[in-house]
Design a protein around this ligand. Structure first.
Ligand SMILES: Cc1cc2nc3c(=O)[nH]c(=O)nc-3n(C[C@H](O)[C@H](O)[C@H](O)COP(=O)(O)O)c2cc1C
Length: 206
């Protein structure tokens, strides 16, 4: 009996380890592809930008979308980083562990947004909610009189009540309007291309 319990436990542990390796390897290869795409992107000149795009992206997909939005709206692009959630198994476990939190250590924690009229805030969805770094950024910053647009990429699903709570937060910090745009990229292993992600986004964002 004990022998069988041990075998079942070993199979479960091996299964979880294989899943973690597969997911994190897939994320690393997406990140490499996304970095190459950003590296080859047209240089952007932003004079008198009225729009800012602020993004947290772990494996680069929301980052590619952020760059596209910035190109399209002649916007200034700012990236938020969070070293706790770096690529690899420890960062993935930390991301899963903190996914529903609205607290994170981020750099930069503040940006002077005074000169912009519209602020796009981007992040992936983690456990049905925008990832903690974008919540932390929204808590730290002043959106007085701004139009705030939250944009998310994800693989299958988010829950609307988290978006409603995010809207309350940015309105409490002064936002004049709030809207939400998102792209469902499909489940890992059968995801849409980056170009399709951008096209899907453009069909909601004019
Ligand atoms: C910790 C973690 C939790 C996730 N949870 C969800 C989820 O609840 N729903 C979903 O559709 N996708 C989920 N995903 C997938 C990401 O939202 C998706 O791959 C996203 O496009 C990644 O964006 P990025 O490349 O900008 O980091 C999760 C990913 C991670 C790392």
């Amino acid at each position: 009996m004990i022998k069988w319990l041990f075998i079942i436990l070993a199979v479960v542990v091996l299964g979880l380890l294989s899943l973690a390796i597969w997911v994190t390897q897939t994320e690393k290869s997406q990140h490499a592809k996304n970095s190459l795409r950003l590296h080859n992107a047209e240089p952007r000149i932003t004079l008198d930008a009225k729009t800012a795009v602020v993004v947290f992206s772990r494996s680069g997909n929301t980052g590619v979308l952020a760059d596209h939005i910035a190109q399209k709206h002649n916007a200034e692009l700012f990236e938020i980083t969070a070293t706790d959630y770096e690529l690899g198994i420890p960062g993935w476990i930390a991301a899963l562990n903190d996914a529903r939190s609205n607290v994170a250590t981020i750099t930069p924690s503040n940006i002077n947004l005074e000169k912009y009229q519209t602020i796009y805030l981007g992040s992936p969805i983690w456990l049905y909610s925008p990832a903690p770094p974008i919540w932390q950024f929204a808590k730290n910053n002043d959106f007085s009189g701004k139009n705030v647009i939250l944009f998310n990429t994800f693989n299958s699903k988010f829950e609307q009540h988290f978006i409603d709570d995010f809207e309350k937060l940015v309105r409490a910090n002064g936002a004049k309007t709030f809207s939400h745009r998102y792209v469902n990229r499909g489940r890992m292993g059968s995801q849409i291309s980056s170009q399709d992600m951008l096209d899907k986004f453009d069909s909601q964002d004019n």
